[in-house]
Design a protein around this ligand. Sequence first.
Ligand code: ATP
Ligand code: MG
Length: 468
Amino acid sequence: MDHKPSVLTARYEVGRLLGQGTFAKVYFARSITTNQSVAIKVIDKDKVLKVGLADQIKREISVMRIVRHSNVLQLYEVMATKTKIFFIMEYAKGGELFNKVAKGRLKEDAARKYFQQLINAVDFCHSRGVYHRDIKPENLLLDENENLKVSDFGLSALAESRRQDGLLHTTCGTPAYVAPEVINRKGYDGAKADIWSCGVVLYVLLAGYLPFHDSNLMELYRKITKAEFKCPNWFAPEVRRLLSKILDPNPITRVSMAKIKESSWFKKGLNSNKQRKLEQTETQAMAPLSRDGSGPSSNGSSMPSEEAKQEQPMKPSNLNAFDIISLSPGFDLSGLFEHDLLRRETRFTSRQPASVIISRLEDTAKLLKMKVMKREPGLLRMEGVKEGRKGLLTIDAEIFEVAPNFHLVEVKKSNGDTMEYQKVVKDGMRSALDDIVWVWQGGKEPPQQQEEAQYLPPPLQQQQPLQQ
Ligand code: ATP
Ligand code: MG
């Protein structure tokens, strides 16, 4: 990196360049505190500003933080300076999947394994309301265990802008993976467009080359629009059938994720045991982000242990850069979260002492007909009494002291269904706590001159706008 800002070097040792895309460079790095390997994607704000994307990217960052799946490359943290945005991401040691295909097509079983992982990841994100819109080889990475990691989920703003700009489009290679309805710029269904791209990926894995290719771009478009492709003779009948249903130029009749998962070719080798295991990793992967400020958690689950919590129940150091950015008036991402239908956490600041906050939370629990399960200086856990769609709804409210009589309260779902959680927060908790809340995250209008004000996450003492 030409210029490494201290916000980054304080926490990460930045190493070699891993790759480069249209808007970004990706570097290997290591967390100084945990020694964990990460990848850092550096996006030039100038470049994205030119195409008017800054706001959308910020919105998508918040989306990326909610899609946690073992086959989705995880976003750990976001940092920003005046000119750059840094995405601190999971490092995919195995590199791009297509480096493998470039050496020759894959055996059917190997291709199926990657396709299963791809479909599971993409379907999971769809269920969270997140569409990729740019599934292509460069975004399919492998970890050290040869597991697929889909990257750039939620960054569809970048994909979109490239498409809208004919020039960018051609310079960034062929649109070989893009669905016909996307090329034709009709309004399109993100899920169906992603399914098409998954079909192209499957074809490439099995064939070792693209289903649609032509040196003439118009001719290529024509082939895609007509879904004009041939399967090589080594494709088994079952997979031919599946591919013809996925690569259906009509998004309405194109096969759904559910149907793909039911197909005999997809299911082969997936016994119910494995399926169950997959589902388990899904829930594990839903654990919250590290909040200890020491960077990515090493084990996916980052809930601090009970002892640790008791020792340091309300330390300001519990805030990470993301929290600071969200709290700082200059770089306010908070306005974006309101639109996030699937958020599992919400925050508010309060100028009341912790004891008052706790007792008001208890009152709120009563009002919401929830039981208080745990009460500690910095934490209150409440649990629903009725079994919900995914078990008992459990909500943790954790209180962090930012300054004397200035607290940040993080309300987080620790069990149960996200939609149910959100309903409780939206319909009950917000109004019940209104008089002790100083600012809800998402309660403010983002500042008008946003770009002017986007600086480094300021030091904790200075980013305190509410102290005067
Ligand atoms: P674009 O994002 O412009 O569509 P792209 O996907 O190729 O294209 P980036 O997302 O910027 O661009 O990534 C560039 C390259 O860096 C990738 O193709 C990949 O080889 C490498 N890379 C990206 N993220 C990681 C990661 N987490 N671990 C390892 N390598 C990565
Ligand atoms: Mg990418």
